[in-house]
Ligand binder design. Structure first.
Ligand SMILES: Nc1ncnc2c1ncn2[C@@H]1O[C@H](COP(=O)(O)OP(=O)(O)OP(=O)(O)O)[C@@H](O)[C@H]1O
Length: 326
């Protein structure tokens, strides 16, 4: 029998509702709406300066909102405490940051919050670190100083740092930047495995590239507003090279269904899709096509399967201000 709880709507993992953000006295985001249901993989695209990093930083609580609100797993951000469920890899800086730490230490730091920084590592922590490093193909470098790694390898260490806490939501800001092609493919495989286990992925990208096969949906920002939200498209830059008007966006080949009759309407609250080209044809609206096998209910609970079924780490309880691993 189906009880009332079974019928209860499942909250999106990420919900930004009419979010407005100002930085340095300038409005950067202008009423952005974004909902990411559990298990979905969303690419956030847009030109330089369109507000992608600002949006994801706002989602993880690094920037305050002027207006609107953000919810994670159905909880308004000011009350959100389950940061162990969230992994965040910022736009590439450096994993070394002048600190003479080893790869293993940097990854292990992702398991700690400011409140438990000096607690001893448990066996479960060590297993989580090793598993995360194996996932990004860096386990053999666990004892090396991060400063000795290439930029791409440092990026993989930062990704492992986020993976170590086995997040239900993983947000990454341009994770492919500076990563060589072979590593990009390996990284795409890693994300695919995470996604298959129900991890929700929000990825800031300039183009889909090797991640194209994973992407369920693309959202394009322009000048701090959502200009496209729908089927995967390769990139959200104006396409001068193809003779279309500036502002048109290209549809990824997988999005061919956008041409099909009976194209579903965008859900309420989503920005209308601007005119775009689909294999040479012009359409004015694109469907949102979430991958069906993983519905919202697939957002994992605490006992859901993890990257490879390894030893689980103890949950680390953090204060709301502690923020995600980043
Ligand atoms: N801390 C800040 N203070 C003031 N302005 C900022 C700050 N951070 C970003 N901005 C401005 O906000 C706008 C959006 O920047 P943001 O980094 O979010 O864009 P982006 O789409 O991520 O760009 P990119 O692809 O180049 O990383 C830009 O005009 C940028 O100069």
């Amino acid at each position: 029998m189906t009880g009332p709880a079974d019928d209860a709507p499942v909250a999106p993992v990420v919900a930004a509702r009419h979010v407005t953000v100002s930085l340095g006295g300038r409005a950067i985001l202008h009423g952005v709406d974004l909902e990411v249901p559990g298990g979905q993989t969303v690419a956030l695209l847009g030109a330089n300066g369109s507000g992608k990093s600002t949006l994801v930083k706002t989602v993880v609580g690094l920037y305050p909102v002027d207006g609107g609100r953000v919810e994670l797993f159905g909880t308004p951000l000011p009350e959100f405490k389950a940061w162990q469920r969230v992994g965040y890899v910022p736009q590439r800086t450096t994993a070394a940051a002048g600190v003479p730490a080893t790869v293993g230490e940097v990854v292990a730091s992702g398991l700690l919050s400011p409140r438990n920084w000096i607690r001893r590592r448990t066996r479960g922590d060590r297993a989580a670190v090793r598993e995360a490093l194996a996932t990004v193909g860096m386990l053999d470098r666990i004892g090396d100083p991060v400063a000795a790694l290439s930029g791409g390898q440092q990026q993989r260490v930062l990704i492992a740092r986020a993976l170590a806490r086995r997040p239900d939501l993983l947000i990454m800001d341009e994770p492919m930047a500076g990563v060589d092609l072979v590593s990009q493919q390996a990284f795409a495989d890693t994300l695919e495995e995470l996604s298959a286990h129900g991890t929700t992925l929000l990825l800031v990208l300039h183009e889909l590239g090797p991640l194209a096969r994973l992407i369920d949906r693309t959202v394009v920002l322009r000048a701090g507003t959502v200009r496209y939200d729908g089927a995967p498209i390769e990139h959200g830059e104006p396409d001068a090279g193809h003779g279309h008007q500036a502002g048109h966006v290209h549809v990824h080949p997988h999005a061919g269904t956008a041409e099909a009759p009976g194209t579903p309407e965008l859900p309420p609250g989503h920005a209308p899709v601007e005119t775009m080209s689909v294999r040479g044809a012009r359409i004015s609206r694109g469907p949102e096509i979430p991958r069906s096998p993983r519905g919202p209910e697939s957002a994992r609970g605490p006992e859901s399967p993890r990257i490879s079924g390894g030893t689980r780490i103890s949950p680390i309880h953090e204060s709301p201000e502690a923020g995600p691993a980043c």
